[in-house]
Write a protein that binds this ligand. Structure first.
Ligand code: DON
Length: 572
């Protein structure tokens, strides 16, 4: 219960904020409140990067300009996931053209990669090779992807959107608590400080830690960004940065060659599209599994009375779990890079969802051992971080990008200040052996030269009345798709405002292992109803970090996930 005194303070605080920005008085049903604006919104996992994006919007830039500036700034201030040495996905709604595009700038396997790359002499999966060696690095796509987005769909120059990032790297920034904490703690300290270039980037000369509030300068990273400023992406894929990457690969057993870098291209793809009641869902196609399974799960959920069951009830958690298990079983068999494997898009058909629903009972759970990947019908119609941007012109950007694990492989390419990804572990290295997120895979996601490893990233734009309504996405490895699903349902079904939708607790099931991961915040009675039904509950640390925006009429409502500190929603 909030005491009347606190409630009065809260109302005064809200009213003052609203009055000063000439915004409507809104009565919230919950204590969660979003940032409100009439001029656009940038939400990312670092307040300082959101501010840079908002500054770009203020100068008249569009959502793509702001997104690219935010992405480049995050490469400096959020080294665990913001990156130049990784890859990702961007979904963009272009108001003037009335269409949504999907940019796939996922890393690619080097040409010398092969199916058994991560197996040792006895044929066993070698975790160290797959996750923490230069072999774990895919050919990075971020620089290509961000530059492509800007030059094709932005309005500002590459130099202009790079400048704030260069400043942050050169002059430094005040280290936030969560960065100081992760860098000082296990396993990151051991991992990063055992590599000389990484130690130079993230620790003091004597390898001691930066404390919160101290200034972290990254001169090598500033050099890299200045090369990009001068030469554009060629610096990265053909020029001085490429030379440093190749030299490190040759010296220390990596596979990426000069040809791999110069051949890299991001691809613009048709997004996947589905519906949920009156909403249109537009999301990322393969090489991410995110969009397909988000739509598949929403199709399965549509016939159920989710709203009536109520948020967080044992009944609604049961249905969600049954749906998640079936989707992740399908993922393990049917999903891989669509340039290499014939992905069955029928996974997104309503008819297929209906057939899967026939095996779901409201009363009892289906053990994962009794769930198998299905045979979808032919389709009838056609430490990661997320940021969302909407501008006053009606454009929207939903972007998720990553190094894979927090700080990727832990290896900085000497002289560049840039961490290299360990995305190759997202391939299925051996049938039946789970990857770093416990995910299983098959032929569809086997390692092949130049192929993109399968992702779960789910940058999404949800439309209402043909206009972008909800922009969202999340990190969280295998938990990304279920996280996006639940926040979308919180808005579409439970009528929560976006801050409440983001903040509310979440669950996750991925078919195997047979456990239901559950965040704190559900009632003990809900948990015991689930346990009595046969669920094995695993009390999880927080899952995901959703950065989201809702647009209703003239107003933008932004919410940054409190699960990862120092995130922020900023209006221009
Ligand atoms: O692409 C993927 O699905 C993974 N590499 C994402 C990793 C991730 O979300 C880590 N962050 N928490």
């Amino acid at each position: 219960m909030i005491r009347p005194f606190l409630l009065t303070l809260f109302v005064v605080f809200i009213s003052n904020n609203i009055a000063s920005s000439n915004l409507p008085i809104i009565e919230y049903k919950s204590i969660h409140h979003p940032v409100i604006s009439k001029t656009g919104m940038v939400v990312s996992q670092r307040l300082s990067a959101s501010k840079i994006g908002a500054e770009i919007l203020k100068k008249g830039g569009n959502a793509v300009d702001a997104a690219v500036a935010t992405g480049l700034a995050l490469a400096v201030v959020l080294p665990r996931a913001g990156n130049l040495g990784g890859g990702g996905f961007m979904v963009v709604y272009l108001k003037d053209e009335g269409k949504t595009i999907a940019i796939d700038y996922r890393e690619k396997a080097p040409a010398a990669a092969h199916r058994d790359l991560f197996l040792d002499k006895s044929g066993n999966y070698d975790k160290k090779k797959a996750q923490f060696s230069l072999l774990s690095a895919g050919v990075p796509g971020t620089v290509y992807g961000l530059h492509h987005a800007l030059t094709e769909h932005g309005t500002m120059s590459w130099q202009e959107v790079l400048e704030p990032a260069i400043r942050l790297a050169e002059e430094g920034f005040s280290v936030p608590h969560d960065l100081a904490n992760t860098l000082a703690s296990s396993p990151y300290k051991q991992r990063l400080s055992s590599n000389q270039a990484s130690a130079n980037s993230f620790y003091k000369k004597d390898k001691s830690n930066y404390r919160a509030g101290e200034t972290l300068r990254q001169p090598d990273l500033a050099w890299t960004l200045k090369q990009l400023h001068k030469e554009g992406p060629d610096a990265f894929y053909k020029g001085e940065i490429a030379k440093k990457i190749v030299k490190e690969m040759e010296l220390n057993g990596g596979l990426i060659t000069a040809d791999d870098l110069s051949n890299y291209k991001a691809v613009e793809r048709e997004p996947v599209v589905g519906t949920y009641n009156e909403f249109k869902i537009v999301s990322m196609p393969p090489s991410s599994s995110g969009g397909i399974h988000l739509i598949q799960m929403l199709n399965m959920l549509e016939p159920y009375q989710i709203k009536e069951m109520g948020f967080g009830s044992a009944g609604s958690i049961h249905i969600l779990t049954e749906v998640m298990k079936r989707a992740y079983a399908d993922r393990s068999k049917h999903l891989g890079d669509m340039d290499f494997y014939d992905v069955p898009f029928g996974l997104m058909s309503k008819k297929y969802a209906k057939s899967l629903n026939e095996s779901i009972s409201l009363d009892s759970l289906t053990p994962s051992k009794d769930i198998f990947a299905g045979d979808p019908y032919p389709y009838e119609s056609p430490d990661t971080t997320h940021f969302s941007v909407m501008d006053k012109y009606g454009n929207a950007v939903s972007n998720t990008y990553t190094l894979n694990f927090s700080y990727g492989s832990g290896i900085v390419i000497p002289g560049t200040g840039m961490l290299i990804n360990n995305e190759m572990d997202d391939f299925s290295s051996k049938p039946g052996v789970p990857n770093g997120y416990g995910l299983l895979g098959s032929e569809a996601n086997s390692i092949q030269a130049n192929k993109r490893p399968l992702s779960s990233m789910t940058p999404t734009i949800i439309f209402k009345d043909e206009e972008p309504y909800l922009v969202l996405g999340s990190p969280g490895g295998s938990r990304i798709i279920t996280t996006v699903l639940q926040v979308a349902l919180n808005v579409m079904e439970h009528g929560m405002n976006i801050a409440q939708a983001v903040n509310s607790p979440r669950i996750h099931h991925q078919w195997l292992p047979e456990v239901l991961m559950i965040e704190d915040g559900y009632g003990a009675d809900t948990e015991s109803l689930l346990t009595n039904k046969g669920y094995r509950l695993y009390s999880s640390r927080t899952m995901g970090s959703v950065q989201a925006i809702v647009r209703e009429g003239d107003y933008f409502y932004g919410a940054a996930d409190p699960r990862r500190p120092s995130s922020g929603a900023v209006a221009p």
